[in-house]
Design a protein around this ligand. Structure first.
Ligand code: C2E
Ligand code: CA
Ligand code: CA
Ligand code: CA
Length: 277
């Protein structure tokens, strides 16, 4: 048993050092992504639960390496946050999403949602740079939805409230992303100027098989509706899940059941050919 334990330990350290190596490589490559035009935005449509029409899209960052492989944002965004590169990358995302958003308006009245990192939001000139991006691109603040995670709110809630108030004054809408995965989610909802909750995919996944997840999802939807918030169910993959979240009173849905994230040109084709089912 001792020997086995030791082998496990060796395996464990090898794994850690390999992971470390991978992240150092990514970190180095990451420094050049902007110069190399290696970043791209994909867009995933968001659907009304009422009639399954498309109400908006979420911009999702993609990094394609020279060899054609993709690095997941879940992997490189935390590294970009550590190194500070999330600032120029985040500015690029906003600018790209807004200029695509302007073109998207030719095809319908769609909201564009952009994910923001807490580091971006807590920068002193965040609101100014946001306004600058809108001026530059001509996109309207009322069409831009900013997705923030609960962690942003927990770090400094007074500061968070100030920022959210300022965003609202400027006409932006704000969503809380991955709702339910953070801490003390419930207490701040009544005091924060937010518009939408996005229920994390982890709760949607098991609504059919798992009694508890079903109860949590139903509870979040009911509570949010009482608080006059919109609710988006994330990661809807099956017809059963669609039926469940609709029955529970969810307003919007997003997930592979309807559409995967896709490049902007494909999104335009998708929108033009889409028939609500
Ligand atoms: P997120 O904001 O929660 O985005 C939803 C993620 O779920 C996306 O992963 C999307 O591709 C995936 N997804 C959507 N529908 C389904 C489904 O039905 N099934 C499954 N299995 N997955 C689904 P993605 O694109 O890999 O992004 C991962 C995370 O990276 C995002 O999670 C977000 O936190 C972060 N991220 C992406 N783009 C940006 C960005 O521009 N800025 C920042 N700060 N973070 C970003
Ligand atoms: Ca999101
Ligand atoms: Ca999410
Ligand atoms: Ca997530």
């Amino acid at each position: 048993a001792k020997r086995q334990g030791r082998n496990h330990y060796q395996f464990y350290t090898a794994d850690i050092s390999e992971r470390f190596h991978v992240s150092v490589t990514i970190r180095n490559e990451l420094q050049h992504v902007l110069e190399q035009n290696a970043l791209q935005l994909f867009y995933q449509p968001i659907f009304s639960a009422k009639d399954h029409t498309i109400v908006g899209v979420e911009a999702l960052l993609r990094w394609q390496r020279e060899d054609g492989s993709y690095v997941s944002p879940a992997e490189f965004i935390p590294l970009a946050e550590d190194s500070g590169q999330i600032i120029p990358i985040g500015s690029w995302v906003l600018q790209q999403a807004c200029s695509d958003g302007v073109r998207l308006q030719e095809y319908g009245d769609f909201q564009v949602a952009v994910n923001l990192s807490s580091i971006q939001v807590h920068r002193a000139n965040f609101i100014e740079s946001l306004k600058h991006t809108l001026n530059l691109t001509g996109f309207k603040s009322s069409k831009l939805n900013l997705e923030l995670t609960e962690s942003i709110l927990m770090e400094d809630s007074h500061q968070a409230i100030r920022i959210l108030d300022a965003l609202r004054v400027q006409g932006f809408s704000v969503s809380i992303d991955d709702f339910g995965t953070g801490f003390s989610s419930l207490s701040y909802l009544k005091s924060l100027p937010i518009d939408t909750l996005k229920i994390d995919r982890s709760f949607i996944q098991d609504v059919i098989s798992g009694k508890h997840d079903a109860a949590i999802a139903r509870g979040i939807i009911a509570m949010a509706s009482q608080l006059d918030l919109n609710v988006v169910a994330e990661g809807v993959e099956t017809a059963e899940q669609v039926a469940f979240v609709e029955e529970a009173g969810c307003h919007y849905m997003q997930g592979f059941y309807f559409a995967r994230p896709m490049p902007f040109s494909e999104l335009i084709c998708f929108i033009q050919n889409y028939k609500a089912k």
